[in-house]
Design a protein around this ligand. Structure first.
Ligand SMILES: Cc1cc2nc3c(=O)[nH]c(=O)nc-3n(C[C@H](O)[C@H](O)[C@H](O)COP(=O)(O)O)c2cc1C
Length: 414
C-alpha cells in the first residue's frame, strides 16, 4: 500500500490516510459567524473527498480582533450552528477527522473591520496603529482560546489546532522580536510560557483523552526577529527556540505539529510556495525533518507546502517532473521519515476530491491547482468570499468583478 494511503494514529484517533486538508479561511460566514451555505458547500466537498483530516479554517473565539470580514466564530451563540454543521459533515463521511483552528490575529487584525493589538513597545514596521497590550489582555486571549476549545469539543469536533503560525498573535508572542521584558516577552522562557499557559488552560476544559490537540507553527518566519531567528534584530536562521517550542508543546499534550513557515503578511512565498519562489517548498521538507527528528514517534508531524508539486507540471528546475510530483514527495517523505502526513491548502480548493481520486487511481481526473494565486488575492482584500478562481465559475466571476471594481492588488501579501 502506498504510504499516503496508510492509516495514521494521531492521539487516540486514527486518520484514514495521510492527506490533510490545511486550514483555508474563506471569509464567507454568516453575519453571526455561523457557517453559511458557501461554507457548507466547501466542507461537504472536503468530506466527500475523504482526506484523513480536515483542519477547519481559522475560527475566532472573539470578534474584536479579526483579520477579515465574515470570519467564522466560535462563541456561545454559534453552538447550535456549529453542532448542526459538524453532524451534517459526519453524516457524509464519519471517517475523516476535523480539527478546529482557533486563532487570534493580534497586530495583523484588519484595521478596517476590527482593531489591532501588539505586544512590543516598538511596533513591528507597518503595524504602528496597533494598541500595546500586556498580561491583562493576553490573559483574556488565553481564556478566549480555552472557551473556543470547550465549544469545539461540545459541537463535535475531533480536535483543535491551537494556531501558533503565520504571524498571528501566537507567533507575535513567540518570536524574538517580542523583546520587552514582561510576563510573556523578552527571554525565551517568558515567550514560551505563553504556549505553556495556553495549552494548560485549553486542555483543562476538555476532559476527554480522545480529543486531539496540536498546533500549526511557522518553523521560521523568514524576516529579522521572526520565529526561527537568532534574536530580535537578527536575520540569521536559528531553530533552537522552534525545536524547544515543539518539544514543549509535546510535553504539554500536543498530539501533532502542523509544520509551516513564513507569514503571509510578510513572507508570503515562504508560507505558500508560489511561482515566484517555488523552491521554498524544499525548505519546508527540511523543516519537517527537523521537527520529525526532535519529536517522539507518536507525536505526528504534518507538513505544509505540497500543493506546488502538482503532477510535476510546475515551475521547478533541476529535477525530472515525474520525480517532482505531490504524490512522489508525499510517499517518499513519509517513507523516509521526513514527515508523517502531508497537508494541502490551495489544492484542496482546486479539487477537494484529490484523496479519493488518488486512492482509486483516477489521477487523470484530478484538477490540479494552477498556482494562479487568485484565491490569495481575494483573501488579501479582506472582504471577499474566497474560493477557487480557476475551477469554480462563481469565484471566477467574483474575481473578475473584483478586478473591474477595485483594480489589481498593489502588493502580494495579506
Ligand atoms: C485563501 C487561503 C486561506 C488560508 N487560510 C488559512 C487559515 O485559515 N489558517 C492557516 O493556518 N493557514 C491558512 N492558509 C495557508 C494554508 O493553510 C497553507 O499553509 C498554505 O496555502 C500553503 O499550503 P499549499 O501550498 O498547499 O497551498 C490559507 C491560504 C490561502 C491561500
Amino acid at each position: 500500500m502506498e504510504e499516503l494511503f496508510t492509516p495514521m494514529k494521531i492521539g487516540n484517533r486514527t486518520a484514514i490516510n495521510r492527506i490533510v486538508f490545511n486550514a483555508m479561511e474563506c471569509s464567507d460566514a454568516l453575519d453571526n459567524g455561523d457557517p453559511s451555505p458557501a461554507t457548507y458547500k466547501r466542507y461537504e466537498n472536503y468530506f466527500k473527498g475523504r482526506p484523513g483530516i480536515v483542519i477547519l479554517e481559522a475560527i475566532t473565539p472573539q470578534y474584536d480582533y479579526i483579520a477579515r470580514k465574515n470570519q467564522l466564530s466560535i462563541l456561545e451563540h454559534n453552538i447550535p450552528g456549529l453542532k448542526k454543521f459538524i453532524s451534517h459533515l459526519k453524516e457524509i463521511n464519519s471517517d475523516t477527522l476535523i480539527f478546529f483552528q482557533i486563532t487570534h490575529s493580534g497586530e495583523i487584525s484588519s484595521n478596517i473591520y476590527s482593531q489591532r493589538i501588539r505586544v512590543t513597545e516598538e511596533p513591528l514596521y507597518g503595524y504602528e496603529d496597533a494598541k500595546l497590550v500586556r498580561e491583562k489582555e493576553i490573559e483574556k486571549v488565553i481564556e478566549d482560546y480555552a472557551n473556543g476549545c470547550r465549544i469545539a469539543y461540545e459541537v463535535g469536533a475531533d480536535g483543535v489546532d491551537i494556531k501558533l503560525c503565520h504571524g498571528y498573535l501566537g507567533t507575535q508572542i513567540l518570536r524574538p522580536y517580542n523583546k520587552d521584558d514582561w510576563k510573556y516577552g523578552g527571554k525565551w522562557e517568558n515567550r514560551r510560557q505563553f504556549a505553556i499557559d495556553l495549552y494548560r488552560r485549553c486542555r483543562a476544559v476538555v476532559p476527554d483523552e480522545d480529543f486531539v490537540f496540536g498546533s500549526k507553527i511557522s518553523v521560521y518566519e523568514g524576516f529579522p526577529g521572526g520565529v526561527g531567528t537568532a534574536g530580535p534584530d537578527s536575520s540569521v536562521m536559528d531553530l533552537t527556540e522552534t525545536i524547544d517550542l515543539v518539544k514543549t508543546l509535546e510535553a504539554e499534550g500536543a498530539h501533532y505539529i502542523l509544520q509551516s513557515a513564513g507569514s503571509p503578511s510578510h513572507t508570503l512565498a515562504l508560507a505558500h510556495p508560489d511561482r515566484r519562489v517555488p523552491d521554498y517548498a524544499y525548505i519546508h521538507h527540511y523543516f519537517q525533518k527537523v521537527l520529525r527528528d526532535n519529536l517522539k514517534p507518536e507525536t505526528k508531524v504534518i507538513g505544509s507546502g505540497y500543493t506546488i508539486f502538482r503532477d510535476g507540471k510546475q515551475p521547478f528546475l533541476a529535477v525530472k517532473p515525474e520525480k517532482n510530483t505531490l504524490r512522489f514527495w508525499g510517499n517518499k517523505n513519509i517513507r523516509e521519515g521526513v514527515v508523517d502526513a502531508i497537508a494541502v491548502g490551495r489544492q484542496s480548493f482546486a479539487d477537494p476530491y484529490l484523496p479519493v481520486k488518488m486512492m482509486e487511481g483516477r489521477e487523470k481526473e484530478i484538477k490540479w491547482c494552477t498556482l494562479c494565486d487568485h484565491c490569495v488575492e481575494l483573501l488579501i482584500r479582506q472582504h471577499h468570499k474566497v474560493g477557487c478562481v480557476t475551477y469554480d465559475p462563481y469565484y471566477t466571476q467574483a474575481y473578475l468583478d473584483m478586478i473591474k471594481n477595485e483594480g489589481h492588488i498593489k502588493e502580494k501579501h495579506t
